[in-house]
Design a protein around this ligand. Sequence first.
Ligand code: FES
Length: 130
Amino acid sequence: MVVIGSDMMMAAVARARSTSLAPHLKPGVKMFASINSPMQCMMKEICAQCVQTHVNPETGEQTLVFSCFNQDQPLEQVNFNLLNSRLRQNSTVEKLTSQWIDRCLVQMGARAKSVTVPSEESESDYLAWG
Ligand code: FES
């Protein structure tokens, strides 16, 4: 079974595997999470932006995994707390990028007005950039 979705949705499926989903799964079924960790080079073990930790559920041993080299990872080993923290690192940059693209579209005339700026006050801060 391959689980694809947000980090927290996949974490919930990982927890449910041993609880509410357990009676519905055949013994020994393998489950994988399609990990959407931050990536930069995507050249397999060059920049390490995509590094995730795995925790062996039997021994507790941690290992490092390059997600761009191995995107589908064993569900029961993925450290979802780390993945969530890594994804939140990009939140500010993603919001700034969205506002910048929106601003460019408005200036080009491709969009009538900004859709990402919620108030007059923040709009004046936003327009002060350019
Ligand atoms: S994204 Fe650079 S090593 Fe994986």
